[in-house]
Design a protein around this ligand. Structure first.
Ligand SMILES: NC(=O)c1ccc[n+]([C@@H]2O[C@H](COP(=O)([O-])OP(=O)(O)OC[C@H]3O[C@@H](n4cnc5c(N)ncnc54)[C@H](OP(=O)(O)O)[C@@H]3O)[C@@H](O)[C@H]2O)c1
Length: 295
């Protein structure tokens, strides 16, 4: 079977490259631009004709959509492009897969939640209440896929980090080793997710054809719960950057164009029960990523 990965130069896309090595299937890695040293086929997912052509030429049966507009702050002033990439483009991919009776594996976010006050982990059927443009456009993306009638797997994930691209772990690794003091918010609670673990789960589901009869929406993050403050403390601890004085603060101490969810922990019962997944605890995965980053 041929599987097409979009956004292959991003965090999750690069992890998909790693985990799919040695697969029984053929993987094609695509993105809007080339990445130095990596084989990447050009594909702009806003172009339906280009997607159709690539699907036809390569007999693609599954698309794993790792491409997105992911800048949460910038999306507030860039609504049109965020909607195009996060809602219209996934619809294009869904249309192309529907035409060949294929499957789309799409990634969404915990930020589709957060507008309602609650403090229990969010289940898949909980109503979406995004607090900003990014979350809203990602929610629209889920809806366009569902409406298209295609076979789909949507994985909502959270607080993604990896060795690739820009992310919180890399930023804090730098700040905790260079700044004497740091304030980090403690009033936003969620779960960090190592993109490698999510990629591994997606790969396992595809490689072992576990998606058959199991399409739908699923929640996937690492196990456990923390605030960004706790996350930073552990990053510093695991890398021995103990000289930085890290203090908790409230979100309103940082001017931000967008209100982020105060609590967006995902309930992963469904994904674990359906696919028989063992999900790593967040600090164990963080340690692995930090080892890779610092070795
Ligand atoms: N990052 C997080 O914390 C987080 C949390 C929850 C959910 N998610 C979701 O998880 C998924 C993967 O996120 P990520 O952090 O791996 O994303 P990422 O690192 O930002 O990668 C996204 C990739 O998509 C590419 N892209 C942009 N426009 C495109 C287009 N028109 N056609 C094809 N490719 C295009 C980007 O290229 P350029 O860089 O050149 O624009 C980039 O290589 C996304 O759906 C995201 O919404 C992320």
């Amino acid at each position: 079977m041929t599987i097409l990965v979009t956004g292959a130069n991003g965090q999750l896309g690069n992890e998909m490259r790693i985990v799919s090595k040695g697969s029984q299937d053929t993987y094609i890695f695509t993105d809007i631009v080339e990445q130095k040293g990596k084989v990447t086929t050009n594909l702009d997912i806003t172009n339906l004709d280009a997607i159709r052509e690539m699907v036809k030429e390569n007999d693609v049966k599954i698309i794993v959509n790792c491409a997105a507009y992911t800048n949460v702050d910038k999306a507030e002033s860039d609504h049109e492009l965020a909607e195009l990439l996060n809602a219209k483009a996934p619809e294009n991919l869904a249309i192309a897969m529907k035409e060949v009776n294929g499957l789309i594996v799409h990634i969404s976010t915990d930020y589709v939640f957060g507008g309602d006050p609650y403090n229990t982990p969010c289940k898949e059927d909980q109503k979406g209440t995004p607090t900003g443009v990014y979350g809203l456009t990602k929610l629209h993306g889920e809806q366009t896929i569902q409406k298209s009638g295609v076979n789909f797997l949507i994985f909502r994930t959270a607080w993604l980090y990896s060795e690739f691209g820009k992310n919180f772990v890399k930023t804090m690794l730098n700040l905790t080793s260079t700044k004497p003091q740091l304030k980090v918010v403690f009033d936003q609670v969620g779960t960090p997710t190592y993109a490698y673990d999510l990629a591994n789960a997606i790969f396992d589901i595809i490689e072992n054809r576990k998606f058959e009869g199991n399409t739908g929406i699923y929640h996937y993050s690492n196990e456990g719960v923390c605030s960004w403050f706790d996350f930073t403390k552990i990053i510093a601890e695991l890398t021995g950057n103990t000289s930085c004085d890290i203090q908790p603060c409230h979100s309103d101490e940082f001017p931000s164009p967008v209100k982020r969810p105060a609590y967006s922990v995902l309930d992963k019962t469904k994904v674990k029960e359906t696919f028989g997944l063992q999900i790593p605890y967040w600090t164990d995965s963080l340690e692995k990523c930090l080892n890779n980053l610092t070795k």
